[in-house]
Design a protein around this ligand. Structure first.
Ligand code: AMP
Ligand code: MG
Length: 285
């Protein structure tokens, strides 16, 4: 079996796109949609494709430095232990950090609570030429806010349309949005939480409230289902990533980003000077 037999980037992208039939409760979190290779090949590809991603990102950065106004925004949404932090390290980590606008969204601060839920999101949008990365996002306001009844139903129900309008505006202004919903199984989550308790270097990641959230799994699944059903627009589509196998989820998101960058049809900026003249000037200097 050669690499080309099992690795077709377009198959992965297509297989992950959420559709009207996507059922959160039925997602096989251990699957590797669109990819038949094993872990060794997956890890090798992650390195190779990470380099491709890095080249594309540099072109966007160069475009932004020469007057371009486009950007890409990766939105990572998923339950605890799904691997959002690892995605930032192992996927986004392939590109030049100066081209990345990264924001992790936690419990809103006192100041953030005084504002509309999209206030803090607007402030964190990627600048021209940047790859924005959201570790959690405005979707928390229709997930945890709903499941934990942080706001009345009449409020969170209205947020789906608000989010669609907001994202539509962002896209119109030149940002390509890549929305990634990450799913682990309840069992895999238990293993990962247990590891956080076992290992001294992981204790800092453990949050006792994560265990309480496990009891609300069905409510979260329903909230994720409605999120996918209500905000899976053509302008800003959702991709559903099975995350029990970290190597697969990382390769998958790398492919989603490469796909997004390729659709921008990027090129290196034209020089604003005459190259022959500059060569001559340099030689004579
Ligand atoms: P972590 O990502 O592990 O650092 O945890 C961040 C915590 O912040 C999670 O428990 C989220 O549910 C919580 N959080 C993020 N955004 C919101 C929000 N808009 N409202 C309430 N809690 C939030
Ligand atoms: Mg946490």
């Amino acid at each position: 079996m050669t690499k080309d037999d099992v690795f077709r980037p377009a198959s992965i992208v297509e297989a992950l796109r959420a559709g009207p039939d996507t059922r959160v409760a039925a997602i096989d979190t251990n699957a590797t949609p669109g990819f038949d290779g094993d872990k060794a090949l997956g890890e090798r590809l992650l390195t190779e494709r990470g380099a491709v991603l890095s080249g594309l990102q540099e072109m966007l950065f160069a475009e932004g430095r020469t007057g371009g106004t486009r950007s890409v925004l990766l939105i990572l949404q998923g339950m605890d232990t799904a691997g959002k932090g690892g995605m930032v390290r192992h996927v986004v980590g392939h590109v030049d950090p100066q081209g990345v606008d990264h924001t992790a969204f936690g419990v809103p601060t006192a100041e953030e609570k005084r504002h509309h839920f999209l206030w803090r999101i607007s402030k964190a949008l990627p600048r021209n030429g940047q790859l924005g990365v959201f570790d959690r996002s405005h979707y928390e306001d229709v997930l945890v806010a709903r499941v934990r009844s942080l706001v009345p139903e009449s409020i969170w129900r209205g947020r789906y349309d608000e989010i669609n309008r907001f994202e539509s505006e962002i896209v119109r202004e030149g940002t390509t949005i890549v929305k990634v919903a990450m799913f682990v199984s309840l069992d895999e989550q238990k293993k990962r939480l247990a590891e956080r308790l076992e290992r001294r270097d992981k204790h800092w990641k453990y949050d006792p409230s994560d265990v309480s959230e496990r009891a609300l799994w069905p409510q979260y699944q329903q909230a994720y289902q409605d999120m996918l059903d209500r905000t899976n627009t053509d302008e800003a589509p959702w991709y559903v990533i099975p995350c029990d196998r970290k190597w697969y989820s990382r390769l998958a998101v790398t492919e989603l980003l490469i796909d997004a960058f390729e659709r921008l049809d990027l090129d290196w900026p034209e020089p604003t000077f005459d190259i022959e003249t500059e060569k001559r000037r340099l030689a004579e200097s």
